[in-house]
Design a protein around this ligand. Sequence first.
Ligand code: ADP
Ligand code: MG
Length: 323
Amino acid sequence: ATPTAVMVGTGVGATNGILMKGADGLERAGQVTILVFDKTGTLTVGNPSVVGFRIFGNIGDEEYLKIVAAAESQSEHPIAKAVLKFAKHKLGFEGYEEGAQNGNGMNLPAAEEVEIVPGEGLRCRFNGAEVLIGSKKLLESAGVAIVSDVAAYVGQVQRDACTCVLVAMKGEVMGSFAITDPIRPEAAGVVAALSRMGVQSHLVTGDNWQTARAIAAECGIVSVHAEVSPAGKAGKIEELKAPPMRKTLKGTVEVARRAAPVVAMVGDGINDAPALAAADVGIAIGAGTDIAIEAADFVLMRSDLEDVVTAVDLSRKTFRQIR
Ligand code: ADP
Ligand code: MG
């Protein structure tokens, strides 16, 4: 395209709240064949809330909620904020919104040795006793047994497209939270529009398989990659970018005359930054974290997924002009 065409394209993007960091990104957007969506905060609105909780262990509601609130007040994760808000509500401390770090004024116990485990949850201690809050995977890798009634509850929550957070104390499951995050209203329409444009949608998430599949189904996405660590997300992108290979007697060879896929990633979280950087086109949700925005080629200022379609379309129009 001529410099003028690129300038016009960039300007049209800006009017639509699509910020581009360079002409390269604009050019590649039109060539994208695979578009990978992060789940939380990208396909979903990123404002999770607790819809239920269950206590399995021998502990009172108040003590359980206070310990969880104290621990989650140390995490920036949207799930942590949802759990903290819910616990405050249940404990009657709604007034203590901001600045209530570590439960200032709520008389929460002190969480010690807090360790955030990206993509899984967190680990800490209360009076020396270990507390784990997060995914089933987090608990399992710490050797906590998931007894059958816990497993049944987790399965039920996940089939409802909710995320199940588990809480373990002293090596035993104490309780859980069911968390829901509404799917963006435009998500399914965007996936359908991309498909008509020859772009295949994928879902990649750190969340569990069942929840991921349930959300993907609601959006019309067939290709799902779940329980993927932040580093794993970038690895997935690299895998998808690789040219199609074929096994022969002489070994694995590239399939002739078939171009390697052009892969775009849309994400919002710190977790997504490596994948955004690894993708041919990185697209950050404007409402997302600064780290994701920095790693991306495009920023969707309106945080509207329709703008992904607009960006691909705009690129195709801009770069067709010169041919
Ligand atoms: P996504 O890839 O969908 O944005 P993440 O990788 O951030 O999700 O998190 C994956 C999973 O780890 C969550 O679904 C949740 O089960 C668990 N998790 C992460 N952080 C926390 C936390 N602070 N409290 C509870 N669970 C957490
Ligand atoms: Mg996310």
